[in-house]
Ligand binder design. Structure first.
Ligand SMILES: [Zn+2]
Length: 94
C-alpha cells in the first residue's frame, strides 16, 4: 500500500473542500448537568473507513472518533487526525 503522506494529505484537502470532512472539531455545548458522552474516543480500529483518507482503520491502528452529535461521528486514523488538524489550521492561500 502506498502510504505517501502527500497523497493522503491531498485526499484530506479534497474532502475538506467538498464538505465531507468538517472544518472544525466538535465543541462542547452541553449543559453542565447533562449526561454527556465523551466527544473524543481513542481506541483501536474496527475496520470502518477513515473519514479523512478513506482507508479502513484496522485493529493494529489507532483510531480517533469525534462525536459531533448523537448521529454524527467522524472516525480517523491517528496520523490523519494530525494532517486534518494541520489542514484546518493552515492559513488559506486563495
Ligand atoms: Zn486515515
Amino acid at each position: 500500500m502506498a502510504d505517501s503522506g502527500e497523497e493522503r494529505r491531498a485526499v484530506i484537502r479534497q474532502r475538506l473542500a467538498d464538505g465531507s470532512l468538517p472544518r472544525s472539531r466538535p465543541s462542547i455545548l452541553a449543559p453542565a448537568n447533562a449526561v454527556v458522552q465523551p466527544m473524543l474516543t481513542v481506541g483501536v480500529g474496527d475496520g470502518q473507513p477513515c473519514s479523512a483518507c478513506g482507508e479502513p482503520i484496522g485493529p493494529q491502528e489507532i483510531q480517533l472518533a469525534y462525536r459531533y452529535s448523537a448521529t454524527t461521528r467522524v472516525v480517523v486514523h491517528q496520523g490523519c487526525d494530525e494532517m486534518w488538524r494541520e489542514e484546518v489550521t493552515r492559513p488559506r492561500l486563495t
